[in-house]
Ligand binder design. Sequence first.
Ligand code: SF4
Length: 138
Amino acid sequence: MRIMVSACLLGENCKYSGGNNRSEKVLAFIRGHEVFPVCPEVMGGLPTPRTPAEIVQDTVINKEGVNVDQAYRLGAKKALEIAMREKIDMAIMQPRSPSCGSKEIYDGTFSGRRIPGMGVTAALLKENGFCVVDADEL
Ligand code: SF4
């Protein structure tokens, strides 16, 4: 299979905090497959580390109140371009991220409360017919 994966799940230090979300479960699952790592937030031009962001009424806003929607949408568009070009079979994405979350996201109040929803990249991939799987669901 051809699998797109959130780069932080592979151990890349691209998370907002400067760390990663390395997942042994994901690494075991993708073994022997063709892997296409993406970090939409970095691809959208954001620095690492960066201020965390959440989706507020369909717009990505960071914790300082800055509208960072454009960068998040650009990263999503670039991830979609890779998915199309590489004809991926599925994407395994980091849970709850405002970019990569595919089942749940934070509710936009920066209080840690979760709601059903998708990050902007996961949503764009799904809208375009790609199979998007939350890493917790593997
Ligand atoms: S944008 Fe996605 S790949 Fe990048 S750090 Fe956030 S969850 Fe990981």
